[in-house]
Write a protein that binds this ligand. Structure first.
Ligand code: KMH
Ligand code: ZN
Length: 311
């Protein structure tokens, strides 16, 4: 693993997992998403991971005008690395999801390293009723859903990253996805250094245990040696235990309302910044590490800066 003497904290501001009924603090409109990202950056996040939503119903969409509005607002106000999703919602087709890269030519974007069952239906039983009809339909539909990222999909979308100078953050939901990345690297569809995001605790992906994180790092060490760095997403209540383990191992961590709605058991986070502040505190107090600035993150990851983007 490539080591940085500081910790990169990322923040995933809204995502496509949680729906409006689940938290009044989930940002929905472009302005809400952008302002939450700016506040997260002020709290210490050097990368802000962005999805967009229908501004009236909160349904996940891939509207390029909204992506541009969010990216431009963030870019005008702070120097955090804006990282749009190419994962969109698990229901969306890869060719729809990748459009944001040619549109914004971002420094980074997420790139999902394989298909999984992406189950959200288990969330239904936690809510008696939903504000919008689409919410229970969306969640229940994941019972019969494959979050599609086939080898052909990856052969199609990875050259788009290359053509537009966008660094893919490799979203790895299970051990097999690391071997997919190695295969794509060997074929020249990926290049080192790699930045891998271990996504743990998604229903359909690898379980969120400490042993599984250690195993993922061991496999990545075997496959990629010192040509990769890793960050960790722990879904839900796993966010802080796994984030703390990751940063204690010399890795990095992602927090945010996309992945976790709670600051602590039974208490909804009132903002993304609250989650970032807690991860910063844990990084300093438990791992004894300082937080990387956007400039330090760019230098370490080899990113070219805001001026290299198209927003
Ligand atoms: N939705 C998260 C589980 C993406 O957006 O492309 C992983 C993620 C991937 O953020
Ligand atoms: Zn995402």
């Amino acid at each position: 693993m490539r080591e940085l003497d500081k910790t990169i904290v990322s923040c995933a501001v809204t995502g496509a997992i949680h729906t409006p009924t689940m938290s009044p603090h989930l940002p929905i409109t472009a302005d809400e998403i952008a302002s939450e990202a700016i506040a997260a950056a002020e709290a210490g996040a050097s990368i802000v991971h962005i999805h967009v939503r229908d501004e009236t119903t909160g349904e996940p969409i891939t509207d390029l005008d909204l992506f541009r509005q969010v990216a431009e607002t963030i870019g005008a106000d702070c120097d955090a690395i804006v990282q749009p999703t190419t994962g969109g919602a698990p229901t969306m087709a890869p060719e729809e999801r990748i459009r944001v890269v040619p549109e914004l030519e971002p420094e980074m974007a997420s790139c999902n390293m394989g298909s999984i069952n992406f189950g959200l239906y288990q969330l239904l039983e936690k809510y008696d009723e939903f504000e919008y009809d689409w919410e229970p339909e969306y969640l229940d539909g994941t019972r019969d859903l494959i979050f599609r990222n086939t080898f052909e999909d990856l052969e199609t979308i990875l050259p788009v990253f290359e053509d537009h100078g966008t660094m893919p953050e490799l979203e790895v939901y299970d051990v097999g996805h690391l071997y997919n990345a190695k295969h794509l690297l060997d074929r020249g569809l990926l290049e080192t250094p790699l930045h891998i995001q271990f996504v743990m605790g998604i229903h359909g992906g690898i379980g969120a245990s400490a042993d599984n994180l250690t195993h993922l790092v061991d496999v990545a060490d075997d496959l990629f040696g010192d040509t990769y760095t890793f960050s960790v997403i722990g879904a839900g209540r796993n966010e802080f235990p796994l984030g703390t383990q990751a940063v204690s191992m010399g890795g990095h961590a992602r927090v945010g309302l996309e992945d976790n709605l709670y600051l602590e058991r039974g208490r909804l986070a009132e903002s993304n910044a609250e989650l970032v502040e807690k991860m910063v505190r844990l990084t300093r107090e438990v791992a004894g590490r300082e937080i990387a600035t956007p400039a330090e993150t760019r230098e370490f990851l080899g990113l070219e800066g805001q001026s290299a983007t198209d927003f």
